[in-house]
Structure formats: C-alpha cells, structure tokens
Design a protein around this ligand. Structure first.
Ligand SMILES: O=C(O)CCC(=O)C(=O)O
Ligand SMILES: [Fe+2]
Length: 231
C-alpha cells in the first residue's frame, strides 16, 4: 500500500489521485467489483457511472485543529442521488476520523430539505448549525476494522477524516447517474479495448462516458449562480 502513497501533504491530509496507469490495478477492480456495482446500481435504481476514485491517508492532527474541507458537514455536488463506497484499509476507531453520516438526509429522507444540495453544487452548512438541529443519537459514526466497507449516498449530510490520534487509510469510489455533469475523473489505460472486452455490461456501462461538450460550461454557470448560497 505504501507504494501507492505519495508524500505530498495537503494540509492535514495526504490525498492521492490515481494516474491512468493505475487504472487497471486492484483498486480499480475494487471499484468495479460486481458485488459493489450490484449494491450501487440497486440503490441508484439504474446502471451507474463510476466517475471517481481516490486513496487517502489522513494524518492525525490532535483534537484542537480546525476541521477543514470534507472534515466539515457537507453534501457532495455530483448528483441528486448517488453513492460512494469507502473501504477502510486501517482500523478506524473514533480517533482515526471515521466517516460520519446523518441517516435520512439523502434526497428521499426526512432531513432532505436541511441545507439542501443543488446539483451540480453541494452545500457546506455553516459550522455548528447541524448540531443545533440534529441530536447526537441521530448521527451515525462508521467505525470499523481494516477491510470494513461503507456505502453511503453522499448527497446526504456527511463528513469524516477528522483523525485526532490515529492515521486512517481509506479507498473511495464514487458512482452517479448519467445525468451528472461531473466528468469521469480518471484516465483509461492504453489497453482499454482489451480490458473492456472482458467486463460485464454493468462494468462497461460504469466506465464509458458519453462526450458531454457542455458539461464544463453548465458546471461553471451553476457554480457562479449558487456561489453566494453555498457557504
Ligand atoms: O473522509 C471522509 O470520511 C469523508 C469523505 C467525503 O466527504 C467524500 O468522499 O465525499
Ligand atoms: Fe463528501
């Protein structure tokens, strides 16, 4: 696993993006595992697009550091209904920044209108606002041993990776509908043709993105329009 890690530390986190040459590795196969795709497709109610993967090492920062980026409550921007698969590669207890979710905050739940998402723009509610409304018992902390797999609709309110005393290593794969304007965020390997021939239909659908010429234009316009409301 160390071989996949780079030492560029972005603030407290060590983000690793996947260059194309790693697309056909074990990590890619995890994201396209037929069992994972079956869960995600059943949830989304359609064949889903696999648009994103990342391997993060989150370094412990102690208890006094301010929460930053995805360590703060937020809704992801990609789609109204979407799924992420998180795989813990280290044991994750309360001190290692578990993934934290508010059940019922997805688009069909009772908390759907709380700081609502406006795809393709997400929402970062002001710090402290969620705690005023949601009681601690309604918040799910996903602790688990290395190998634990968590599926979540991250259009719902979530945060994570606030590791206070213990490092966390986590693989993430993201899946959304064909309607999302966010583009595929990994590159194909050169032998994509051969690889594709061996894939199931659901896997092929997941990695093939039609060209969306207007996506970046639409995305820019929406981000500009909603800017004043997102923080
Ligand atoms: O690091 C975490 O546990 C949360 C990550 C997150 O917000 C995301 O992948 O959408
Ligand atoms: Fe997120």
């Amino acid at each position: 696993m160390e071989a996949y890690m780079e030492d560029t530390i972005v603030s407290h986190q060590n983000f690793l993006t996947m260059p194309g040459r790693w697309l056909n590795t074990i990590l890619w196969r995890l994201a396209l595992d037929p069992r994972a795709l079956a869960i995600v497709n059943a949830y989304n109610g359609m064949f889903s697009k696999f648009y994103y993967m990342t391997l993060n090492r989150t370094l412990p920062v102690g208890s006094d550091a301010p929460a930053e980026q995805s360590q703060r409550w937020h809704r992801d921007p990609e789609d109204k209904k979407m799924a992420k698969m998180f795989i813990y590669l280290t044991d994750v207890d309360e001190n290692a920044g578990p993934f934290i979710y508010i059940p019922g905050s997805h688009s069909e739940g009772k908390w759907r209108d709380l700081f609502p998402q406006r795809p393709p723009v997400g929402y970062y509610p002001p710090d402290g606002e969620i705690e005023k409304i949601i009681p601690p018992r309604a918040i799910k902390k996903c602790t688990g041993r290395a190998g634990t797999v968590v599926f979540a609709d991250t259009a719902g309110l979530h945060k994570g990776g606030y590791a206070t005393h213990k490092e966390r290593v986590m693989f993430t794969a993201g899946y959304c509908s064909n309607a999302s304007v966010l583009e595929r965020q990994y590159r194909y390997p050169e032998d994509i043709g051969n690889i594709r021939a061996r894939l199931t239909l659901a896997q092929q659908y997941a990695i093939i993105f039609p060209p969306h010429r207007f996506n970046s234009y639409i995305l820019r316009r929406f981000r500009k329009f909603f800017k004043q409301n997102t923080y």
